[in-house]
Design a protein around this ligand. Structure first.
Ligand SMILES: C[S@@+](CC[C@H](N)C(=O)[O-])C[C@H]1O[C@@H](n2cnc3c(N)ncnc32)[C@H](O)[C@@H]1O
Length: 301
């Protein structure tokens, strides 16, 4: 019998994603990148214009629960604040594309509570990337974007290459498209690829890594810069039989609903051995730490 997808149970997806964020250094490494490297990239866009068009795809404030818990700011607003520092006084038009009602509401709530957003106009598009593409083409819209970001969202589309191509086509002459995904060195993609047929079956890409996107860009001769973001994920609890948090994390890692309870024993053993393999994780001081390297790709128009 086919295993159920975690995405089919939004409440459990949310819990497992929250736990994933708590156990990983992902947010920290993204924030360091946004504060340390991104400002120079943002400085190169706009060419002195008084208005900048920004587009965030899959931009929901997924990290809001974590934000409230850790007192951190949301990634998109972090990008906005760096943009404001590099382009003081410019007006920003920010298109937000996000299919989840709850993520969108979280983001709106965060915006309403944040100071210093007076030069930013938010346009809320509650739709998937492909619905947005249909909407854009249907209305024959011609607006061009100065900066587009797609952070940890290409796993959820059916055709990541086509999605990248469409959004890149919306860039202004010196605009940039920033993608953040798991790096090809990150074995999580290999895990999902290896067990693809046995894990949940759906029409989304899930196991896409920056390696796949780079192959596509290289084949098309599209120029990009890449930056690796080392990040760790503490998966120790996954190896404690019956540990509720370990089970939630395993659901997130496999994208299967109740993986520990529903996966056949040979699949479960294969996945657990894979996660603990020295190519994937380091063990020491009673901890198993998974190497969850991320990579940023920055594409030109
Ligand atoms: C892992 S979260 C990342 C959220 C945010 N970018 C961040 O880094 O905190 C993935 C996001 O993509 C959104 N998403 C899922 N399917 C999508 C699709 N087909 N098109 C656009 N966004 C999608 C989800 O609702 C969610 O907000």
């Amino acid at each position: 019998m086919a295993l159920k997808c975690l995405a089919d149970d939004y409440s459990r997806y949310k819990k497992s994603f929250q736990l994933f964020l708590e156990r990983s250094s992902e947010h920290q490494c993204m924030r360091d990148f946004i504060r340390g490297v991104l400002p120079d990239i943002l400085a190169s866009i706009g060419q002195g214009k008084s208005n900048l068009n920004i587009l965030g795809v899959g931009s929901g404030a997924a990290k809001t629960f974590y934000v409230q818990y850790k007192g951190r700011s949301e990634i998109d607003l972090e990008i906005m604040s760096q943009l404001r520092l590099k382009h003081p006084g410019v007006n920003i038009d920010n298109e937000v594309v996000e299919p989840s009602e709850e993520m969108m509401l979280n983001y709106k709530a965060l915006v309403s509570k944040s100071p210093n957003l007076e030069h930013i106009n938010f346009n809320w598009n509650k739709m998937t990337a492909s619905e947005f593409e249909n909407h854009w083409r249907g209305k024959k819209l011609t607006k061009k974007m100065d900066f587009i970001h797609m952070i940890q969202m290409l796993y959820y589309v059916a055709d990541p290459d086509a999605t990248v191509s469409f959004f890149r086509s919306l860039l202004n002459k010196n605009g940039k498209l920033m993608i953040i995904l798991v790096a090809d060195k990150n074995k999580w993609g290999n895990l999902l690829k290896k067990y693809r047929k046995q894990l949940c079956q759906n029409d989304i890409s899930q196991c896409v890594t920056t390696g796949d996107i780079k192959s596509f860009l290289d084949a098309k001769g599209i120029k990009y810069k890449n930056y690796q973001l080392p990040s760790q994920l503490d998966i120790t609890e996954c190896f404690k039989e019956g540990d509720e948090r370990g089970e939630l994390l395993l659901d997130f890692l496999t994208q299967v609903l109740n993986f520990s309870k529903t996966a056949p024993p040979d699949l479960k053993k294969g996945v657990m051995d894979f996660l603990r393999h020295p190519d994937c994780s380091e063990e020491g001081d009673g901890k198993v730490v998974f190497n969850n390297m991320l990579e940023v790709l920055v594409l030109d128009a």
